[in-house]
Design a protein around this ligand. Sequence first.
Ligand SMILES: O=C(O)[C@H](O)[C@@H](O)[C@H](O)[C@H](O)COP(=O)(O)O
Length: 230
Amino acid sequence: MERLEFDSRDALTEKLAGEVIARLKKAIEDKGEAGLAVSGGRTPVDLFKALSEADLDWSKVTITLVDERWVAPDHDDSNEKLVRTHLLQNKAAAATFIPHKTAAESPFEAEVEVNKALAALPEEITVTLLGMGEDGHTASFFPGAETLHKALDTKHHADCCAVVPKTAPHPRMTLTLKRILRSQWIVLHLTGDGKKPVLQQALEDGPVEELPVRSVLKQSLTPVSVYWAG
Ligand SMILES: O=C(O)[C@H](O)[C@@H](O)[C@H](O)[C@H](O)COP(=O)(O)O
């Protein structure tokens, strides 16, 4: 696992944007298409803005969310709103976007429909951008969530599943670990001093259910990089 620490968030954003853009371009060159899965939250906003300006053939890129809060797409907590506001702008507006939210009352009712929609992604997602909460969750793999085991089950057939966090608002739809691991590169994008000790603890051995980010850090199937700035 590659671990990079930066003196500033701007330096991290510049380096990570450059890496993501280079990989998207290479995938388009090699395969004629690229896939990008992005997390929500506060951390990725500046990265999204930088990526939106990138000079690449965004019409060949399919973007989806790593996870979504089950709220209306115009709700301030919506990751779809975050992506449409900051990433699907400028040159990146030409990308294809696969949202998770449907008209269904609950994400449980929408699992089959969203799973079908996710089939439009390339078999291997070029880059999957993950965040992490200070409770050690990533994606919507929340400690103590009833369906956490399903989301982490790498034999689970579906690409997404519903999760109801006990420690965060809104029911969620999340990519499963199995789908996240079918990526060419996974980046854990972290900012803030509060996340460093959690990362350190997650790198130590322990139950994945306690710190679900371990499911991504302690696997050897897919290359993972950690990008951190204070
Ligand atoms: O929908 C979400 O909330 C994210 O996908 C989630 O996994 C996020 O990456 C972490 O909670 C970190 O969030 P911050 O970037 O706001 O710290």
